[in-house]
Design a protein. Structure first.
Length: 259
């Protein structure tokens, strides 16, 4: 399980910020089918030794100073500081830090990975958001937790399921509307009383409404690209990619007092 690291692909936000950030893809790992290859999740019944090797490869390839602070995601709205995280045990759907070198990360296989960065490099956050998380207010909760104003943040939305592959019922649309956001959707061409929901565009609108002006997006559909991405809706049993972010180890340090 000591293959060369050169096959690992990391999609990096087009930021000129003092942070380390990226989204992993599927190639370059040690896991076997159906988790092939760079599965970074321990909770999907993959061989733990292979997952640990994949995580080691990520840290080495990305030049990170530590293993990410992996959380147990529950589609809720809990936000924790990286210092509070017991790796793979602490239940939360967003993790943030104002400490240089601490790595925040979330795992996805269709859901949204959203990375947030203070333009001055003083704090960062990684957020996991499916429709339940968006409806629960995980993005707003994360923005409220960070010790900087939303206008001072940059956001990057990573690969997720596209609207053409993501049909939901009217209950999902109504749940998101209760957050005072109009979900980006249109009627399904295949079934009555179903809608095609654009998670990424909905998240973008939520962030913009909250005051985040610099919002970037990787327009990759995880469902449509099995060579590069895992997709729970497509495959059921599958691995997870990661979105990760950290303040530069030699960056400016904490941005004010933690709240």
């Amino acid at each position: 399980m000591n293959d060369a690291l050169s096959d690992i692909e990391i999609l990096r936000p087009d930021w000129d910020l003092p942070v380390q950030a990226g989204f992993t893809t599927r190639p370059g790992g040690a896991s076997l089918p159906p988790y092939d290859a760079l599965n970074l999740a321990l909770h999907v019944d993959d061989d733990p030794a292979r997952v640990r090797e994949n995580r080691r490869r990520l840290v080495s390839q990305a030049g990170l100073s530590e293993q990410p602070r992996w959380v147990a995601q529950v589609h809720g709205m809990r936000v924790v500081h990286a210092d509070e995280v017991e790796r793979d045990v602490t239940e939360a759907d967003a993790v943030w830090t104002d400490q240089p070198g601490e790595v925040c990360a979330v795992l996805v296989a269709d859901c949204l990975p959203v990375l947030l960065a203070d333009r001055a490099g003083g704090c960062v956050a990684a957020v996991h958001a499916g429709w339940r998380g968006l409806a629960a207010g995980i993005l707003q909760q994360t923005l409220a937790t960070l010790p900087v104003a939303a206008r001072d943040l940059a956001a990057c939305i990573g690969p997720c399921i596209g609207s053409e592959a993501y049909e939901v019922g009217p209950d999902v649309i109504e749940s998101i509307k209760r957050r005072d956001i109009q979900p980006v959707h249109h009627p399904s061409r295949r079934a009555r009383d179903r809608f095609q929901l654009d998670l990424a565009a909905t998240a973008r609108d939520m962030l913009a409404s909250a005051g985040v002006a610099d919002i970037r997006r990787f327009a990759h559909c995880t469902h449509r690209d099995p060579a590069r991405f895992f997709s729970y809706r497509r495959d059921g049993v599958t691995g997870r990619i990661a979105g990760y972010i950290a303040c530069e180890p030699n960056g400016p340090g904490p941005h004010g007092m933690r709240r």
